[in-house]
Design a protein around this ligand. Structure first.
Ligand SMILES: NC(=O)c1ccc[n+]([C@@H]2O[C@H](COP(=O)([O-])OP(=O)(O)OC[C@H]3O[C@@H](n4cnc5c(N)ncnc54)[C@H](OP(=O)(O)O)[C@@H]3O)[C@@H](O)[C@H]2O)c1
Length: 256
């Protein structure tokens, strides 16, 4: 693996069972902000991006919690040079690309307060609107059809992308054992979707799959509930793979 802090990621970065359609892009390191990065999902996003050399602003509503999280992640990975910087959410939103990792019922108030910082940026939402019904996790239907569309409505000036909804945070946060999974990516901004897919393709074990526009978010988010039922039934941390995709080289670009 290319060492962190050394400028461009030159790849290849190997992951387990890399599917033939996937390739490792040569990407510049970018500054990534994660809002709500003190939770398991945000921590996984933060360490994975930091693990391939990006600088990550670890955001929280309280800087003390962000500091505790960064300290804990550094203690967990003492031999990795992870560029993790504690920040409040407003500071994390200043990054080049921002991932929102708060619960669905706090996401709109979180991003709406940061409209100015997020204008013009790629903003990735991974939130799933779910609730417990007896023993089951079931999907809720937001009035907009999905959380991703609600975020896009709340941020008309941003380039909103849905991604990472299906990745189980626990195993995904383990830098020593890459998760073997596809990441369904949706956005009405085709260029933004392509940029996020390129970032995902550079993460160990993952492949970004263009899943269309924001109207796909409803199905993507709801599928998470079914995956959680798979987990409950088989006592695993399931993730998904999409089969039958062409090689990346044969896939038309965002304009094609
Ligand atoms: N956990 C998973 O395996 C997983 C996988 C894929 C997607 N997701 C999605 O990722 C998101 C985060 O999941 P999680 O399990 O990490 O959630 P979480 O632990 O419940 O929350 C993450 C962080 O969000 C902040 N937060 C909590 N309530 C908030 C509110 N009302 N407004 C603003 N910020 C709030 C908290 O950080 P501070 O108190 O430090 O601000 C908290 O540590 C969810 O939307 C979930 O659906 C989760």
């Amino acid at each position: 693996m290319t060492g962190p802090n050394t400028g461009p990621i030159t790849g290849p970065i190997t992951g387990p069972n890399r599917p033939p359609g996937a390739r490792r892009a040569s990407l510049p390191c970018v500054k990534i902000g994660v809002l709500g990065a003190t939770g398991p999902a945000g921590q996984a996003v933060a360490v994975q991006f930091a693990g391939v050399g990006h600088e990550v602003l670890v955001g929280s509503r309280a800087i003390e919690r962000a500091e505790e999280t960064v300290n804990a992640l550094r203690e967990r990975w003492p031999n990795r040079d992870l560029r993790l910087v504690p920040a409040d959410n407003a500071t994390a939103a200043i990054a080049d690309l921002v991932v929102v990792a708060t619960p669905w019922d706090g996401i709109i108030s979180t991003v709406a307060a940061l409209q100015e910082q997020l204008a013009g940026k790629v903003v990735v939402t991974m939130a799933n609107a779910l609730t417990r019904w007896g023993k089951e996790m079931v999907p809720l239907l937001p009035p907009t059809g999905s959380v991703t569309v609600a975020v896009a409505r709340a941020l008309p000036g941003a380039r909103v992308v849905g991604a990472f909804h299906h990745l189980p945070a626990g195993p995904w946060s383990d830098l020593d054992h890459a998760l073997d999974a596809d990441v369904m990516v949706c956005s009405d901004d085709r260029q933004a979707a392509a940029e996020v897919i390129a970032l995902i393709d550079a993460l160990p074990g993952l492949r970004g799959v263009d899943s269309g526009g924001l109207s796909s978010a409803l199905a993507i988010e709801a599928l998470t509930a079914a995956l959680l039922e798979v987990n409950r039934h088989y006592k695993v941390h399931a993730a998904i793979r999409v089969t039958g995709l062409p090689d990346r080289e044969q896939v038309p670009g965002p304009g094609g």
